[in-house]
Design a protein around this ligand. Structure first.
Ligand code: NAD
Length: 299
């Protein structure tokens, strides 16, 4: 099989994907702005000529595009940063692919393209109404991917994951699960934004990278899929679950609702399950238990 280029290979999902591929026979070339053990090329996806050269020299047929800025709240304050990097960055990558012999892109979008919805679970054909520039940048990138298929025959798969969590998601903007787990271990008070009645549909990163592997192994079907666990949880319920598993009381600080946050998220991934025979395996309780064990040892 010709090689697969993964952008964002130093990030949370990228490093899990690289580790999974290293343990199988899927050869990948990692590209990221930041150096790491999973990145072969330190490069910006917006550097079109350099990316085209990398694609050619490595005989890359398929690109899994993860590289992005991912902080929805920051995108409210810095819309241009998000449009430039995520939307324009994807178009620059598509141009580099057009100039080389790459035939297919797997674009990792986000459930943020849906914004606020009225009907649940959300299906792929729901109206797209992002409420922040992170979601908008992903929507523009999706449209560009479809347009390169239309105009230049580039095959594609678009995945719209729900909220991901797992080991390694420890940046400042890490998901709420990592923040609650960290608070349980260190005895600190995490911020609970709003009244905690918001729901999120959490998917473990291990299930996410299995979804990516399934897509990488097959020819793109030129379609868009949700990827989620499909079991929404209130943030207050999540807090109780972390407390129960950790056997510790967590006293959160109340904070204002975050700008650009949505109330309810619940996706159906039936379409993806049917197309690829994928199904999420990691139950939330098990994923949280693993995080607690991992970070307790690390402290
Ligand atoms: N983490 C989640 O909950 C979640 C949910 C839905 C979708 N996604 C999507 O999955 C993808 C991966 O997310 P993640 O959680 O691993 O994020 P991350 O921030 O951990 O990793 C992103 C990586 O992309 C790199 N990057 C950013 N801009 C770049 C550029 N211009 N050129 C080269 N590299 C660049 C960063 O250096 C970083 O290593 C993103 O596209 C994100 O939008 C993530």
């Amino acid at each position: 099989m010709a090689s697969v280029l993964v952008t964002g290979s130093s990030g949370f999902v990228g490093s899990h994907l690289a580790a999974l591929c290293a343990a199988s026979d899927l050869k990948i070339v990692g590209l990221d702005l930041r150096a790491s053990g999973h990145t072969d090329m330190v490069c910006d996806v917006k550097e079109k000529a350099l990316v085209a050269k990398i694609l050619k020299e490595n005989g890359v047929e398929k690109v899994i595009h993860l590289a992005a800025h991912i902080d929805a709240a920051e995108s409210v304050r810095k819309p241009l940063k998000y449009l430039r990097n995520n939307a324009l960055g994807t178009i620059m990558l598509l141009e580099a692919m057009r100039k080389s012999d790459s035939k297919e892109i797997v674009f990792v979008s986000s459930a943020a393209v849906y914004g606020r919805q009225e009907e649940f679970p959300i299906l792929e054909n729901a109206p797209l109404a992002p409420v922040n520039h992170y979601g908008l940048s992903k929507l523009l990138a999706e449209r560009s991917v479809e347009s390169y298929h239309e105009s230049y025959g580039l095959n594609y798969t678009i995945l719209r994951p729900s909220n991901l969590y797992g080991i390694g998601q420890n940046d400042a903007y890490a998901g709420v699960i990592s923040r609650f787990v960290d608070a349980a271990i260190k005895g600190t008070a995490p911020v609970l934004h709003g009244d905690g009645s918001q729901t999120r549909d959490f998917l473990n990163v291990k299930d996410m990278v299995e979804a990516l592997r399934a897509v990488a192994m097959q020819k793109g079907k030129n379609a868009t899929y949700n990827v989620s666990f499909g079991k929404p949880v209130r943030i207050t319920e999540l807090l109780e679950t972390v407390q129960r598993i950790a056997g510790k009381n967590i006293e959160p600080k109340r904070g204002p609702k975050r700008p650009g946050d949505i109330e309810r998220s619940e996706l159906s991934s039936e379409k993806f399950r049917e197309a690829y025979g994928w199904k999420p395996e990691v139950k939330l309780e098990d994923g949280i238990g693993e995080l607690l064990r991992h970070y307790k040892t690390a402290v």
